[in-house]
Unconditional design. Sequence first.
Length: 190
Amino acid sequence: MEVGGVQITADIFIGSIIAIMAAYSFIIGRNGVLRIIFATYFAVLATDGFIGLVVNHVLGFSPILTKISDMLGSEGIASFKIFIFILLIVVTTVRGAFTIDLPNEKSVILKLVTTSFVGLLSANLIISVLLVYISGGSFIFQTNSVNADLNLMAIYQNSLLAKTLISNFNISFLLPVVTFIILGLIYNEN
């Protein structure tokens, strides 16, 4: 796609989303970003569980819903999954019954570095999850969709950034947990 003489690629789009999310981390602060990371893990499990429940139990009882699902196809299910995922992140972050309250660093540079780091972790985690959902994948259920593999393959081949995020997906999922543990050890008040 070309806009105003500039070729818009998947790399530019993904990079822009990551940059916006990282910049937003300075608005909401490190504790807010950590809430989003926690909410993201929760949303991944809840979204897959909800979609599994709908696909395996609800669609079988309702011919109308089955017909709608067939009309929308795998793209419709992926879009619905992404909607539920984002909705759960927002609701859990804003209204979740949990608090993350790490004390502020005394050093402005350290505060800048930690906020930037958790902002990038959050962006990488969310973008990685979205790429899996776009591909038709799941974190709980095994998927064997040819369309899912083709969708992911097209993104994978055309975008270096997507290729990096997909290839290193495990790191995107692991680093936020390791960061939570390290920050908990550093800021433990006991």
